[in-house]
Each structure stands twice: as structure tokens, then as C-alpha cells.
Design a protein around this ligand. Structure first.
Ligand SMILES: [Zn+2]
Length: 475
């Protein structure tokens, strides 16, 4: 009897050390540090940093012996973000051409790709309290105050019948400007009048033609706020933009199941590897332009590295699981869950009904004993919550199966759930460094991350080998 206990104990110890060998904290730290290093510049899709990380994941998959899917492991997709300037922008008044970026700049405020207008100019002050009937089809010249939002002013003028908008920008050389968030979907291209920004110097030149100067105009505006003053000059401009297409890519690999029938069923294990990039702005202390990099160590280098280590573990096991497992690193999650949204559309010839469960790892590096590890969406199957409870009964960390919360729609698993696939979203909750430049590798808790991966491993093992699949529940 004792001997059996000893053997059983030995097996437990063996299994523990076996797991820990796979989720070695030094290895986890090394990979998270690589992904969240400054030289990755915050892993924006279609950037050098993103490419370096994607190729790292491909190499890891390849070395582990997994089958790379799609194009050597890359699953490409595209999306639109913002606009780029076309090459037919021009502006002139009374036959005098203006210099782009010195005298004027075109603005893209309405998802308008091409707009042109040749008309008279009327000055309307700051564009509030205007008799718009006098502006029909004309250029309205706006002189916004420092707190006025240019896109809203321009939109209002166009909505009220103005043919085009000239905004006097305090900056001497107006910068190219675009703005996409006016309640207009990025996919909808509108045809509205042109908007250009001109410098104060150009305004002076225009007013000189109308025998006026800037001070006089400002005084008139102060006196009579709803004035519409025809300047007696013609202005002509064409603005031209095209949508900026981003080339993104998921990284996908397959571990084929060992059961001749069940290998046609799939478990997907995913994590997004992109983050939000960097910004350049003047430092609060010195005023000098500085680069602030969002390294996203927790969000989501932690989950990506976890997914990769799980993939390596499964690939190296002698006994392959019965069902097939797809390991995927999603791109462009931060842009609106776009990588997971494209997953089934692009080069993966798998019917959604053959995917029996999805495990998503997003932010698993900041375990907080008060909050515990959250496994969100476990209740998207009849058996999910009980299964998690059973598997984590003896776990050293606190595990909570969250009911439907705001977080439920906040990551990639939602694009599997919507196809009727049971999901499990592993997450150690948000924290004060979330989406801040302080989300750094030094703050990752690798010891607990290891525990979390042991739990994920047991869950995946169960999902890939269980007799009956989980039964989906809409939550
Ligand atoms: Zn994330």
C-alpha cells in the first residue's frame, strides 16, 4: 500500500517538474523581454517591431515541429486606418497658386477622397451664429478660437450648405490634418465639400485684395457676431486623399490530432501579439520632443509567450492529443479585434463548426492575489464552469470563473464565441499600467504566470482529449 502511495507521489512530483520544465520562468522572462523591448516600438501592425515578433513566433513554431499554416505560418489580412494624401491637391485665389504646407494644407475631415470647389469667399467669424442662407455653395472662411475644434466647425458649415471651408490656422505653415472620428464609419466614403487650412499670412494676402486687414476683420467680427462678409475674391481648391491600407498578419500553426476521427475537430489556443505603438510628444520636464513607447509587456507579450510555450510543450510530447490544436498569435487586436475577426476568412479552410473550444490568453502577467486569475466565458458551455473548478481545485492560485462582464467582449475570443464556440478567456485583470508606457517586463509576475500556464495546459489537455465536446451556451 505504502509503495503505491510512494509511486503515486512520485508521479505527482514527476508531473509537476515535468510541467515546470516547460513553463520555465527564465524562459518566460526572456521571451516577454524580447517582445516588449524598446526596439519593437510597441508592436503596431505593419511595423518593423511587429515583423520581428511575428518572425520570432514563426521560428518558435517551426523549431517545435508544428505545421505552419497559410503562407509559411503567416495569415495575412488588411484593414483601413486613416487616410493618406493623394497627389492632386491644389489651392489658389484670384489666379495665384498657393504652396502646400507653407500657405495651405488640405484637411480630411469627412472621409472624402476627392472634392473640388471654385467659388466666392465669405468670412463668417468663428462660425457660430451664422446666417447660413448667405453661404450657400460658397467658401466660408472660418477664424476659430483656440478652443474650437476644427472638424466640428467644418462639419457644421458643410451641413448648413457651405460649398467648402477655409480655416485660418494660427500655425504659420498649416500641417496636413485628417480626422476620422466624426461618427462616420471608416468604411464609408462620403462626397462632401473640400476643407483647407490657410496661414494667417495667406489670410492677409486675401484680405488685401478685399481692401481689408486682419485687425479690421477681427474688429468687425467682434462687433457683429453673425456677420457674413463677402470678400469679393474667388478661391479654388481640390483636396485629394486615399485610404491608408495596413498589411497585418496573424501567425498560425497546427498540431495534428492523433485520433483518426477526432483529429478533424479543433481546439484553438490564441493570444494577440500586437500593441498600441508609440507616441512622440514634448517631455513635460524639458519640453524636448521625446518618444514614448508602449511596450505592452502584460498586454499582451505575456499571453503570446504563454501561447508559444504551450505550443512548444504540446509539440514535444510523445502522446499527441486526440483532437487537433491550432495555435495562433493574432495581430491588430488593439485596432478592434481585427486579427481574430479575419481568422476564418483567410486561408484557413476550417468550418467554424469543427472548432470545439477556444482558449484566449490576454494579459496573464500581473496576478493579483486579491483579484485572482479570471477565466471569463467559462459559462459559454454547459460544462465549462464545473470543468474549470475541477481542474483548479488544488491550484496554488485563486481562480475565478467570471460571469458575463464588460471584459467578455474585450478580446479575441469573442470572435469565436459569436460562431457558437465555447470560450475560455484567461486574464489577470487590468491595473494601473494598463495601456500606459509603464506596462514593462520588470512588473511581470513570472512565478504566477507559470501557475496560470499549468492551469491552461490542463484545460487544453482536457478539451483536446475529452470524450464529449462541450455544449455551447449563449450568455
Ligand atoms: Zn490585450
Amino acid at each position: 500500500m505504502k509503495r503505491y502511495i510512494a509511486i503515486a507521489l512520485l508521479m505527482v512530483v514527476f508531473k509537476m517538474s515535468f510541467s515546470q520544465q516547460y513553463f520555465d520562468t527564465l524562459q518566460l522572462r526572456k521571451s516577454v523581454a524580447f517582445m516588449s523591448d524598446d526596439d519593437k516600438m510597441g508592436r503596431m501592425p505593419d511595423s518593423e517591431g511587429s515583423n520581428a515578433v511575428a518572425s520570432f513566433i514563426v521560428d518558435e513554431f517551426k523549431q517545435a515541429g508544428l505545421k505552419l499554416l497559410c503562407n509559411e505560418g503567416y495569415q495575412p489580412f488588411t484593414y483601413y486606418k486613416g487616410w493618406k494624401m493623394g497627389d492632386t491637391n491644389m489651392a489658389m485665389f484670384d489666379g495665384e497658386p498657393l504652396q502646400c504646407f507653407t500657405d495651405y494644407a488640405p484637411a480630411c475631415y469627412f472621409n472624402t477622397s476627392m472634392a473640388t470647389l471654385n467659388a466666392d469667399v465669405v468670412a463668417v467669424g468663428n462660425g457660430k451664429n451664422v446666417d447660413w442662407s448667405k453661404c450657400e455653395g460658397k467658401w466660408v472662411l472660418l477664424m476659430p478660437g483656440p478652443d474650437d475644434r476644427h472638424p466640428s466647425l467644418a462639419r457644421n458649415a458643410i451641413k448648413n450648405g457651405a460649398g467648402g471651408v477655409i480655416i485660418v490656422d494660427a500655425a504659420k505653415a498649416p500641417k496636413y490634418d485628417y480626422y476620422n472620428a466624426l461618427g462616420v464609419s471608416a468604411n464609408k466614403v462620403l462626397t462632401l465639400g473640400p476643407v483647407v487650412k490657410v496661414s494667417e499670412a495667406v489670410l492677409e494676402r486675401m484680405l488685401a485684395k478685399a481692401n481689408m486687414d486682419v485687425d479690421k476683420l477681427r474688429n468687425n467680427i467682434k462687433k457683429d457676431k453673425d456677420m457674413v462678409l463677402p470678400l469679393g475674391i474667388r478661391f479654388e481648391a481640390t483636396t485629394n486623399f486615399y485610404r491608408n491600407e495596413v498589411n497585418a498578419k496573424n501567425v498560425v500553426a497546427l498540431l495534428e490530432g492523433s485520433d483518426p476521427v477526432l483529429k478533424n475537430e479543433y481546439i484553438v489556443v490564441g493570444a494577440h501579439y500586437d500593441h498600441v505603438g508609440y507616441v512622440e510628444k514634448p517631455s513635460a520636464k524639458t519640453g524636448k520632443l521625446r518618444t514614448y513607447i508602449y511596450n505592452g509587456a502584460d498586454d499582451n507579450a505575456s499571453g503570446t509567450v504563454g501561447m508559444v510555450e504551450l505550443a512548444k510543450k504540446y509539440a514535444s510530447q510523445q502522446m499527441r492529443p486526440k483532437r487537433s490544436i491550432i495555435f495562433v498569435a493574432f495581430d491588430a487586436e488593439e485596432e478592434g479585434l481585427l486579427g481574430s475577426d479575419s481568422f476564418f476568412d483567410q486561408c484557413i479552410a476550417i468550418d467554424t463548426s469543427m472548432v470545439k473550444a477556444m482558449v484566449n490568453l490576454d494579459m496573464i502577467g500581473r496576478y493579483n492575489p486579491e483579484k485572482g486569475l479570471k477565466i471569463i466565458g467559462a459559462n459559454s458551455s454547459k460544462e465549462g464552469v464545473d470543468l474549470v473548478k475541477k481542474l483548479t481545485k488544488k491550484a496554488d492560485i485563486k481562480v475565478k470563473c467570471e460571469q458575463k462582464t464588460l471584459l467578455f467582449s474585450a478580446s479575441d475570443h469573442i470572435n469565436f464565441y459569436r460562431y457558437g464556440i465555447p470560450v475560455f478567456f484567461f486574464n489577470t485583470d487590468t491595473h494601473k499600467d494598463y495601456h500606459r508606457v509603464s506596462d514593462e517586463v520588470q512588473k511581470i509576475d513570472f512565478k504566477h504566470m507559470q501557475q496560470i500556464l499549468i492551469i491552461a495546459d490542463e484545460l487544453i489537455d482536457n478539451l483536446a482529449n475529452r470524450k464529449k465536446n462541450l455544449r455551447y451556451v449563449k450568455i
